[in-house]
Design a protein around this ligand. Structure first.
Ligand code: NAP
Length: 646
């Protein structure tokens, strides 16, 4: 067993009495407890008896056992864990691959095909081998010094790149316009900010967070996670804060990038590096709508991503413009302290019922994550398998479907029914409100929101008004719409981001002296979302064609991209060559196929209005139209034939 295996399987020793263990198991996720017991005992009979999970509802991995089944499982698992405790909690031996597959199927209630299983097992890394690390052959390790890399951004993607480069011994610097690590999770401090991908999947695969305190962690906890790993891996000494890239130019003769940096005090300097990894993020340039009279508004005006916590909202009249992902979290978080809340909603959003959305992880589940080997690994598995590629079918256009644009296909119609019923449970008694909050486009045509009812409960409060007409103008202390005039002390703009302005205002000039912004001309594209022909040694994390809009985790996607980048850097260092890039043919093929695939989905359909997914020309460049397995496979293999090393 490798040391890393031991690290993954190492948990805090169980010292509790049998009664205490049983009490903890009572609120742990029992299917995951059984998975851990299989690791502890190596005994497959746990999976072959009459008791097995009955079903899983979205975001709930309890297994829907009957009370009798639950009692029996708690009793038998307590006995197995107590025996393991009495033996001194030895590190479990790795399970046979067939048993792992059996466990996967037992937990998921379905069989995983080999490709899906391979992807999930890489992510879970039960063997502790960290398969996505950059591994440079020892005999070439000294050459790494000749390949300094610049990482742009120190959010989730930039920190990932930095950690991977550091582990590999490749010299690097990081620049970030902010003053702290975390990107989105540093900038977005608005009330109610929390992740809407299940927390236990929202951490690096090689640094899993076993103990998020909430199923959908809030901003401070997420920021703390990134800060902890920034410190743990010693990234601070490589970072220059408040420093932005202005321009970078590739020197083909020398095989390097000259990068022009502007520091916080306005000084400009040049850094010479062999490769650039941009992890600058997509959703960070606030979109401020051009509202007539906005400059006349006398009170504080805050964009969701530029929250001013010194503004006390207590007893204030607040105008909230925007009911997307951010507004949807802000409203319920401030409603109890404001005197009046007026929500200006241009389009309603679909909500996925998720009763656990604001819930704390119960004490028993926290205990299990800390003490039971692989419990958390299987928690990650459950989230992955539930947010699987099947959800992509929700947005696939069925050309024979007559109900479009209410729904896109049979699956979409089924989901619409479910989501409408959810809306009905909350506002069925108020037909006018129900009509206002029910979208007329298919589910998932725009990003779905996780919901536990808090948004609709907020809208129903007597001091809350939902205006769905158009905003005509702002006055010194009011918002005027086609329906009315609403006094306001504070204006909150939850109006989203300029998501399609990828890399801007940075400029990257490639081999032919042409800036990337010109090559793209408002239509950003990249091979595997990472590289561009004619721009050697230039890589992106979160590049065009990588945004996730159906299912999955952006952390997983970033790890796929970094694996591809790491492989490219490994090839450079080991070969002693100076540059790598995709061939023109491979780049164009990738882009052509991606657009053909995108055309089968409804995100870009002309009837889907007001979506940040679309570029000004109405087409979609920033999203990934493929499932996770396809994208993982592409970035894992990134064919040598598709690239040139010079
Ligand atoms: P968003 O989803 O784009 O929402 C912007 C809101 O502002 C929409 O309701 C939009 O209406 C409205 N709006 C824009 N311009 C307007 C105008 N001129 N007049 C009136 N209303 C206007 O932006 P966001 O809420 O910041 O979220 C963006 C993305 O960030 C999300 O989709 C998600 O990917 C991510 N995010 C995630 C989380 C999370 O993980 N929990 C939280 C926040 C954000 P229309 O819908 O009609 O355009």
């Amino acid at each position: 067993m490798t040391t890393a295996v031991a690290r993954h399987l190492q948990t805090e020793p169980v010292t509790e009495s049998d009664e205490q263990i049983a009490a903890y198991l009572d609120t742990a996720l029992l299917p995951l407890v059984i998975a851990s017991v299989v690791h502890i005992t190596g005994d497959p009979s746990w999976l072959r008896g009459p008791i097995r999970p009955n079903r899983f509802v979205p975001n709930d991995f309890g297994g829907a056992f009957t009370e009798e089944e639950k009692a029996e499982l708690v009793r038998s698992a307590t006995a197995a864990i107590a025996a393991w405790r009495d033996a001194g909690c030895p590190a479990p031996a790795p399970l046979a691959p067939e048993l792992v597959r059996e466990l996967m199927d037992w937990l998921a209630l379905e069989h995983h095909d080999d490709a899906t299983a391979e992807m999930i097992l890489e992510e879970m890394d039960l063997d502790g081998e960290d398969p996505r690390a950059i591994r440079i052959a020892p005999e070439a390790a000294d050459h790494a010094a000749e390949y300094p890399v610049l990482v742009i951004g120190c959010g989730m993607g930039g920190l990932l790149a930095a950690i991977r480069l550091k582990q590999a011994g490749i010299p690097f610097s990081v620049v970030d316009k902010n003053t702290d690590v975390g990107g989105t999770w540093w900038l977005n401090t608005y009330p109610g900010a929390r992740v809407d991908v299940a927390s236990h999947y929202y951490s690096y695969s090689f640094e899993p967070n076993q103990v998020f305190t909430e199923y959908y962690a809030r901003q401070p906890e997420l920021h703390a996670y990134f800060r902890d790993h920034f410190d743990k891996h010693g990234i601070g000494e490589h970072v220059r804060w408040q420093t932005e890239v202005v321009r970078a130019a590739w020197d083909d003769a020398g095989g390097y990038w000259d990068v022009e940096l502007r520091t916080g005090d306005g000084a400009v300097e040049t850094l010479r590096v062999r490769a650039v990894i941009s992890a600058a993020g997509t959703l960070h340039k606030p979109f401020i709508p051009d509202l007539p009279g906005l400059e006349r508004f006398a009170g504080p005006v805050m964009h969701s991503a530029e929250w001013d916590s010194s503004v006390d909202l207590t007893g204030k009249k607040v105008a909230l413009i925007g009911a997307g992902a951010s507004g949807f979290q802000i409203g319920p978080a401030i409603v109890d302290r404001v005197a009046q809340l007026t929500v200006f909603q241009r389009s309603p959003q679909w909500m996925a019922p998720n009763p656990k959305y604001h819930d704390a992880v119960p004490e028993g589940a926290m205990w299990a994550a800390r003490h039971l080997p692989c419990y958390s690994r299987w928690h990650r598995f459950m989230i992955m398998t539930q947010s699987s590629d099947k959800l992509l079918e929700l947005v696939r256009m069925d050309p024979t479907w007559s109900d479009f644009p209410r729904t896109a296909n049979a699956f979409s119609a089924e989901r619409r029914k479910l989501f409408e019923a959810w809306i009905d449970t909350h506002v069925g008694d108020d037909p006018e409100l129900k009509a206002k909050v029910t979208p007329q486009y298919p589910p998932a045509a725009k990003r779905m929101l996780q919901d536990n009812g808090s948004w609709l409960r907020c809208l129903k409060q007597p001091h809350v008004t939902l205006d769905t007409s158009s905003i005509l103008q702002l006055e010194e202390g009011a918002v005027v719409t086609a329906e009315g005039r609403y006094e306001a002390d504070v204006l909150v703009l939850a109006t989203g981001f300029r998501a399609n302005e990828l890399l801007a205002p940075m400029e990257f000039v490639g081999r032919d002296g042409i800036p990337l912004s010109k090559v793209w001309d408002g239509k950003p594209t990249a091979y595997a979302g990472v590289t561009v022909a004619g721009f050697p040694n230039f890589f992106m994390i979160g590049g065009p064609g990588t945004g996730l809009a159906h299912a999955g985790s952006i952390v997983f996607a970033a790890e796929c991209q970094m694996k591809y980048i790491g492989e490219a850097l490994r090839q450079l260092v080991e070969s002693g060559k100076t540059s790598i890039e995709p061939t023109e043919e491979a780049y164009e093929r990738y882009v052509r196929e991606l657009h053909a695939e995108m055309d089968t989905l409804m995100w870009g359909h002309e009837s889907i209005a007001n979506t940040w997914y679309k570029a000004p020309d109405g087409k979609i460049y920033i999203l990934n139209p493929y499932g996770n397995v396809h994208y993982w496979r592409t970035t894992s293999t990134a064919l040598p034939a598709d690239h040139v090393l010079r």
